[in-house]
Design a binder for this molecule. Structure first.
Ligand code: FNR
Length: 208
């Protein structure tokens, strides 16, 4: 008979066969999304909203709070106490199995609001990105898909000691053609499929 003790001994990438039933022993995963745009009609916001529907069955995805709720980083504010929004986001990241950062590129780099959020989070006594599986998705109206921002972001994530997945890389070119402006939905099938592939890879990466 199947028992919890037996389940605990099975490597987590194996399937368990009981009689004629195959049970996935994949640990359910919970990912959180960090959005680098404050714009109401943000194309990257549309990507974030699509992610839960593109994830593998055993993965749930939930948005973190807005980086717009953070004040500009100031060590004097920190000395008085971390803002509640920073503490809440730090806790949500710490609890999550992985973080998906979705952001536009500003001036060939990371938008200030996102960098500001990373700066705050990096000062928390228990730094939540340390060892945290993390993956990046960028987009842009041009053809390069936010690649330059993506590599600047990776550089900051090295200092935060995040465990960033290398590939597949999601860089969405001409993002305004992939989102239906009227409904705010990510409608482009090829983009949805590719993001799905990345999320499946990220789930395996987070389970390692
Ligand atoms: C941009 N944009 C932009 N695009 C790009 O591909 N490379 C870049 O370096 C920049 N730089 C840049 C700077 C600033 C200050 C703004 C406001 C915009 C264009 C940007 O990608 C575009 O506005 C996106 O639509 C922003 O993403 P959301 O807000 O739609 O998610």
């Amino acid at each position: 008979m199947f028992s919890m003790a037996f389940a605990a001994m099975v490597p987590h990438h194996a399937a368990i066969v009981i009689g004629d039933r195959i049970m996935s022993d994949h640990k359910p995963l919970h990912f959180v999304t960090l959005l680098g745009s404050l714009r109401k009609a943000s194309y990257h916001g549309a990507v974030v909203r699509a992610l839960p529907t593109l994830a593998p069955d055993d993965v749930t995805i939930e948005p973190l709070g807005s980086v717009g709720d953070f004040p500009l980083y100031n060590a004097d504010i920190q000395a008085v106490g971390f803002p509640a929004a920073v503490l809440a986001m730090g806790e949500a990241i710490a609890k999550a199995d992985g973080v998906i950062i979705v952001t536009p590129e500003y001036n060939y780099s990371v938008p200030g609001v996102l960098k500001n959020a990373l700066d705050w989070l990096s000062r928390l006594p228990t730094q939540p990105f340390a060892g945290k599986p993390t993956v990046i998705q960028t987009g842009s109206p041009g053809l390069v898909g936010g690649a330059r921002a993506q590599y600047h972001l990776r550089q900051s994530l090295v200092f935060l000691d995040a465990t960033v997945m290398n590939k597949p890389e999601v860089m969405i070119s001409q993002i305004m053609t992939k989102v239906d402006a009227a409904t705010g939905q990510l409608t482009d099938e090829a983009t949805r499929t590719f993001i799905s592939t990345q999320l499946t890879a990220f789930a395996s990466f987070a389970r390692r």
